[in-house]
Design a protein around this ligand. Sequence first.
Ligand SMILES: Nc1ncnc2c1ncn2[C@@H]1O[C@H](COP(=O)(O)OP(=O)(O)O)[C@@H](O)[C@H]1O
Ligand SMILES: [Mg+2]
Length: 289
Amino acid sequence: MSDGSEPLLRATHLVKEFAVGGGLLGRGRRFTAVDDVSLEVRTGETLALVGESGSGKSTTARLIARLLDVTAGDIEFAGRPVHALTGKALHAYRGEVQVVFQDPYSSLNPKHTVERIVTAPLVYQKRPIPGGARAFTGALMERVGLNPDHSARFPAQFSGGQAQRIGIARALAVSPKLIIADEAVSALDVSVQAQVINLLRRLQEEEGFSYLFIAHDLAVVRQIATRVAVMNGGRIVETGDRDQVFDSPRDEYTRKLLAAVPRIRPEWDAERRRNEQARKDREREEAGR
Ligand SMILES: Nc1ncnc2c1ncn2[C@@H]1O[C@H](COP(=O)(O)OP(=O)(O)O)[C@@H](O)[C@H]1O
Ligand SMILES: [Mg+2]
């Protein structure tokens, strides 16, 4: 899958300015949230975008998903420019890139059933629902580790981890080429976090799609990233393969970021791997019941 050829996504010199403190006269200052960001996501890989809160990660994600318009810069997806798409072409692009957000309870409509939530992207894309809504939803729920009999329930009836699985099922509904996970596991307990990360990895192995995985928690990033891009103050200060960035960071800011996270010292890795394996085995067992 990840063969190092033509990237799925190539963002070049992205800039996003926001008007701040404009007031009624509209003479506000401009704030540059994303400042000349270039990045690539290859087919089947996970590019992690890391950095402290406010560094511009979500804004970058929203530009790439075309939820925000760029101030400047180019976005190429599967070899074609998408930063200026409008109308039907933009609509179609939004079916190829899906976003999973941090807080499932606020990103899932509380008044809609799981079935309605999960099939919404297909309805939005005016695509038929293969096998009908009930069967389609049930199959997706099973794929993300939820009970398919619960498709008529509402988000509030699920735990945080389960609700996030609904968000993942919704993202999968349109078979996207790129899933942007914006702090998708950040609000979950550590043990639940690990389960959801395992799920995300398994789905990627099965489907071959790419992730842009945004997180401020480097311990989480180390578990899932193929490559890592480090953001600080709207800029990318370092990009590299995961082990290179973690084990021999080149940038001063990256070193500081790593130093601030005692959990990812190498001596913890062996234990993390053991725990992860145990969890995987347990999940497999549960799935097989
Ligand atoms: N719609 C907006 N209007 C004005 N400023 C914004 C807007 N969205 C984000 N920002 C600012 O841009 C900066 C980067 O935000 P964000 O991309 O959310 O960072 P991160 O996801 O890394 O925490 C922050 O200073 C934030 O306050
Ligand atoms: Mg953010």
